[in-house]
Ligand binder design. Structure first.
Ligand code: ATP
Ligand code: MG
Ligand code: MG
Length: 386
């Protein structure tokens, strides 16, 4: 590539906060973004060059997007791999990561099967099509089990722990497994949750320092790096992440969610939870915390530029600003002056028009000196109110 007035343009299916932060990271590289999203004025709209308004699987929208750009990518798993394949074939615009990888990841059963086959360690799981299957799975794996809708779940919506065989039918109804079926997994009694952001470039891969993630009500609240575990476990997490990256096709970054579990007889083990074929909430801390952010890395990857250094600048913590409302309302955040008056606070506001219960509205990051300032980012987020 050469830099000129007509430097590469990336088309992104989805214009939420991930699209917005991609556009922010692309700008210094001279790379422009066009996003497509069904909601007019989506979070990426004000930062990207242009927004097309249309559904994530709408053929005409994706076709217009492909015609306007040099390479297509997506920031949401609802992007449709068949439509992406079709418009790519017709327009000659490449798609990264490969639609085939998106297809595998979209279905939690297929995803588990393909990584298990590749020898990646993950929780024991069973395919579940009805309540009888779920009761059998629980008897084999041991109660309680985690049941997950195969498709469409996010932020824990679509997942539910099931205590006993009597709860099987209700649990399947609750995760909405009626259409696409479900998968049951052993309920992992993990020590902590970890994540590694991995990147695939033209002929190289890279991994970011391990993140420790803190979930409450199955939603990511805080991320910190370094993770509060030992060096051997961090190295093991990188190994598992590299084995996951080797199974994926196409370029770009991937969020690799892991469980760390204690073992009576040896070092802690690492199990794969799930992979996101896009920048991931557990990597937002890299914007200030690493030499290259996950968003810049994704842009570099999909465009085919060399990947950047993933070196951590300092111990870092991020906390999500979630909708603390009981019902949807026009978004209006207070406490911003107080938060910004604190030294070292980086505030990211996603510009969503409406706040909803537990909706991701923004995040706060602080880079510390000796350890990740976890309690400080928590305190800052508590000063922010809707
Ligand atoms: P997202 O895509 O937003 O990360 P999701 O809806 O796809 O979320 P998962 O990542 O599968 O959901 O699960 C959400 C959380 O539920 C996990 O981060 C973890 O805290 C818990 N969880 C999921 N699977 C298991 C399991 N097998 N055992 C124990 N806890 C689990
Ligand atoms: Mg998920
Ligand atoms: Mg997850």
């Amino acid at each position: 590539m050469h830099l000129s007035a007509d430097s590469p343009t990336v088309g992104v299916v989805g214009g939420g906060q991930l699209g917005r932060m991609l556009a922010e990271a692309a700008s210094p590289l001279g790379v422009q973004l066009v996003v497509s999203d069904p909601t007019p004025n989506c979070p990426a709209n004000h930062v990207a060059r242009e927004q097309l308004v249309g559904e994530f699987d709408d053929y005409d929208t994706l076709r217009s997007l492909a015609e306007r750009v040099d390479v297509l990518t997506y920031e949401i798993e609802l992007a449709d791999p068949d439509t992406l394949d079709a418009v790519s074939e017709e327009t000659g615009t490449p798609v990264h990561p490969a639609p085939e990888t998106l297809r595998t990841i979209q279905d939690k059963l297929v995803q588990n099967e393909s990584f298990a086959e590749a020898g990646v360690p993950l929780p024991a799981f069973r395919r579940v099509d009805d309540a009888d299957d779920l009761r059998a799975a629980g008897d084999e794996l041991g109660w309680p089990v985690m049941v997950k809708a195969r498709t469409g779940g996010y932020d824990g919506r679509g997942n539910v722990p099931v205590e006993s065989p009597e709860d099987a039918a209700d649990a399947l109804a609750e995760v909405g497994a009626g259409e696409g079926g479900a998968v049951a997994e052993e309920l992992v009694d993990f020590e902590r949750e970890l994540a590694v952001i991995g990147a695939r470039g033209a002929d190289e891969t890279a991994t970011f320092p391990v993140t420790e993630t803190v979930q409450r009500e199955e939603i990511l609240r805080e991320s910190l790096s370094p993770a509060r575990t030992d060096e051997a476990t961090r190295e093991r997490a990188h190994e598992v992440a590299r084995s996951v990256l080797a199974e994926l096709d196409g370029r770009g970054v991937f969020g690799i969610e892991l469980f760390e579990r204690e073992r009576a007889d040896g070092p802690n083990e690492i199990l794969l939870n799930e992979v996101a074929p896009r920048p991931h909430n557990s990597g937002h801390w890299t914007i200030e915390g690493c030499v290259t952010s996950q968003f810049e890395q994704h842009v570099r990857g999909v465009v085919g530029l060399p990947l950047g250094s993933t070196r951590r600048r300092g111990p870092t913590a991020s906390a999500n600003i979630l909708g603390t409302v009981s019902e949807p309302a026009r978004a209006r955040l207070t406490g911003v002056e107080d938060a910004l008056a604190l030294a070292d606070t980086h505030l990211h506001w996603y510009g969503k028009q409406e706040v909803r219960p537990l909706r991701k509205m923004g995040h706060v990051t602080i880079v510390g000196e000796t350890e990740p300032p976890l309690s400080t980012v928590r305190d800052v987020v508590e000063t922010l109110q809707f």
